[in-house]
Design a protein around this ligand. Structure first.
Ligand code: NDP
Length: 333
């Protein structure tokens, strides 16, 4: 398979986004978001998402030239209005301030409202861990998920992420949807006519099915781990949407806008300074636990991505020739 280096992929994706209405700065940030995912072999949120960004902008649903603004807020909160644009430029707008506040206060949070999200959640918390902070990240999505016992998809597939810094090692990072299957995997299975595992969703009548087309065409996805995952989805909905002054998934209007790929919703990112909370022993405790877990044969979450990252930076990012050609066409090359 051909490969492309990270900087070249960022530049190519940024040119496409800018050619389709994104401001230069937003195009660059979103291009980095997708290229980082490709670099880390997190393909479900890599260049695969480009058309979603283009549709969001061309439908007028999300603002391609959005300018995120910091709003007045109490010291421990950074409040950012994303101006109906994607959340990553809003994150970049407040990131340094969040890191500084968490360092000073021990605990700080960023509230992003009026924003869209089409990406993975690990980049934000990994930024925090690289600054020596523990990070938590909560994001709402479009309404795709029913709680077990209910039949209507009133919640999002609501992803959340966690990162913990390590001394001299890549951070411990995990990042997951609250649904048993990621939406992208469900759509792919529907497109390919493949059955999905039992417990992944319900049909329009609220009956269990393994037919992904029935789940995505009027049915509902189900959470991971039964009702426990459903309650995680409920928590994420409340933290990411209600607590940030944003619309709930059940209030989402995107289905009425042709081309809209995202909900206009919120995001909550929390940063904790482990020096302030866990004291001098924190780093040693983390290493003791990591070593003990690895000795059992388990691996640290994030290790797969970090290994892929090292490989991509050494050898280039593998990208199908056909996809690369499509990207060059979209860039007008
Ligand atoms: P996965 O099930 O692929 O992975 C979940 C996490 O588990 C990852 O952090 C992964 O780390 C870790 N993990 C997997 N296997 C192991 C193992 N054996 N030992 C230790 N850790 C392990 O995630 P999902 O399918 O639930 O979600 C995929 C992506 O979709 C996420 O990035 C999420 O943010 C994104 N998403 C985005 C949405 C949006 O609207 N923006 C909506 C829903 C999901 P590793 O990477 O190292 O394998």
């Amino acid at each position: 398979m051909p490969s492309i280096d990270y900087a070249a992929l960022v530049a190519l994706l940024a040119r496409i986004l800018a050619r389709h209405g994104y401001s230069a700065s937003n195009a660059h940030v979103l291009a980095e978001t997708m290229a980082m995912a490709e670099r880390d072999a997190a393909h479900s949120h890599g260049a695969f998402r480009l058309e979603g960004y283009l549709d969001d902008a061309s439908s007028g649903w999300a603002k391609a030239d959005a300018v995120p603004r910091l709003l007045p807020s109490p010291a421990a909160l950074i409040l950012v209005d994303a101006d109906n644009g994607h959340a990553q430029p809003a994150w970049r707008r407040g990131r340094d301030r969040l890191v500084a506040r968490a360092g000073e206060l021990g605990l700080a949070g960023m509230v992003i409202r009026n924003s869209h999200h089409l990406a993975a959640l690990w980049p934000e918390v990994e930024d925090l861990a690289e600054a020596g902070l523990v990070g938590l990240n909560f994001r709402g999505t479009r309404p795709f998920l029913a709680l077990p016992g209910g039949r209507a998809p009133l919640l999002g597939t609501n992803p959340w992420a966690f990162a913990c810094p390590r001394a001299g090692q890549p951070p411990i990072v995990f990042d997951m949807a609250s649904s048993a299957m990621a939406r992208g995997d469900m759509l792919l299975a529907a497109r390919e006519g493949r059955a999905v595992p039992e417990g992944a969703g319900l049909d329009a009548e609220g009956l269990p099915t393994t037919d992904p087309a029935a789940i995505t065409g009027g049915g509902a996805q189900l959470p991971f781990g039964g009702v426990k995952g459903g309650l995680v989805a409920l928590m994420v909905e409340l933290l990411a949407n209600a607590l940030t002054g944003s619309l709930l998934a059940l209030q989402d209007q995107s289905a009425e806008v042709a081309g809209a790929a995202t909900a206009n919703g919120g995001q909550l990112i929390l940063a904790i300074n482990p020096g302030a909370s866990g004291g001098q022993g924190f780093a040693a405790q983390v290493e003791m636990l990591a070593a003990a877990l690895e000795a059992t044969g388990a691996r640290m979450p994030g290790a797969r991505r970090h290994a892929a990252r090292a490989r991509s930076l050494r050898e280039g990012i593998p990208l199908e020739a056909e996809r690369l050609a499509e990207l060059h066409t979209l860039a007008g090359d």
